[in-house]
Design a protein around this ligand. Structure first.
Ligand code: ADP
Length: 277
């Protein structure tokens, strides 16, 4: 068989892998009048590593740097982002469009929790229904003109992340990890999925890399060695190492997330921006 060109429309090999490639013709369109310059997907191989946290930090930093920024919370069954930003206003929806909600600093946001009457109710939907809702979050939202849309992808490599990768024209993915061998193994899965879908991986962000001792200021690497080796092996930059920060957890709980500034993330946001300019 000749080498794969990733263009299934002109290939007759019938290799069966076309289902897992990106096909520009299958990408969903934004509604008329909406434009997004760059779409970044924040992904992780598994849940609980801080993917939503990194999505929020990245969006807050990008907005702070003067870019028109939005968050598409595609983690439909575990949406935690609105609460962190203290956003409780409902999204307004009509038959064919939805209006995003705006955070205090001006970030636009769509999330399942902003549509539900009772945010504590579980979303008991099967994969294809969730995947359909994610597509609507892209194509039926009155986004206006955005510089950056940052997508909080559902964890793993299942149906919904696959839909995100196949139906939204993503310019780059950031992989969030935490410093454990098990997690770095799973990082490779996320990396390989992005590669299969022809999505450039911009780099790794390691969360919960260390805690700072409140007495002596020493960095304590609670989970052992970091993701530097995994990043090197994959040929990716380690864009940031973020500490476990009790103040951050508190601000998230209080819905005051935008008060937090993070030097490590500032550098990562600049690095990402450089890749696109
Ligand atoms: P994921 O999206 O990967 O499932 P979250 O971003 O929701 O993970 O993070 C899980 C929990 O850990 C949240 O309660 C979040 O506030 C907390 N958390 C994440 N990163 C940090 C951090 N660096 N410092 C303190 N708390 C954190």
């Amino acid at each position: 068989m000749s080498e794969c060109t990733h263009n299934c429309s002109t290939c007759s090999s019938g290799c069966g892998s076309s289902e897992f490639h990106r096909d520009e013709s299958l990408m969903e369109k934004l509604m008329p009048g909406a434009s997004v310059k760059k779409v970044i997907a924040v992904v992780s191989g598994k849940g609980g590593v801080g993917k939503s946290m990194v999505t929020s930090l990245l969006a807050a930093e990008t907005q702070r740097r003067g870019f028109r920024t939005a968050i598409l919370d595609a983690d439909l069954t575990g949406p935690s982002i609105p609460k962190a930003f203290g956003v409780s206003e409902r999204m307004r929806a009509a038959a064919d469009h939805m209006l995003p909600v705006t955070t205090p600093s001006g970030i636009q946001m769509v999330s399942m929790n902003l549509l539900l009457d009772a945010p504590e109710e579980p979303v008991l939907w099967r994969g294809p229904v969730i995947a359909g809702a994610v597509k609507q979050f892209w194509q039926d939202v009155v986004w206006g003109d955005l510089d950056y849309l940052i997508i909080d992808c559902p964890p793993g490599t299942g149906d919904v992340p696959l839909t995100v990768f196949q139906s939204i024209p993503i310019d780059g993915a950031v992989i969030v990890t935490s410093p454990q061998d098990l997690v770095s193994l799973i990082v490779r899965k996320a990396y390989n999925m992005a590669k299969m879908m022809d999505i450039p991986v911009l780099g790794l962000i390691e969360n919960m890399s260390y805690a700072v001792c409140p007495d002596c200021g020493k960095k304590l690497r609670l989970f052992g060695k970091g993701s530097g080796a995994a990043a090197e092996e994959l040929g990716l930059p380690l864009l940031a190492e973020l500490p476990i920060d009790p103040d951050l957890a508190q601000l998230v709980d209080n819905g005051e997330f935008e008060k937090f500034t993070c030097t490590a993330l500032e550098a990562a946001a600049k690095e990402i921006d450089k890749k696109f300019s």
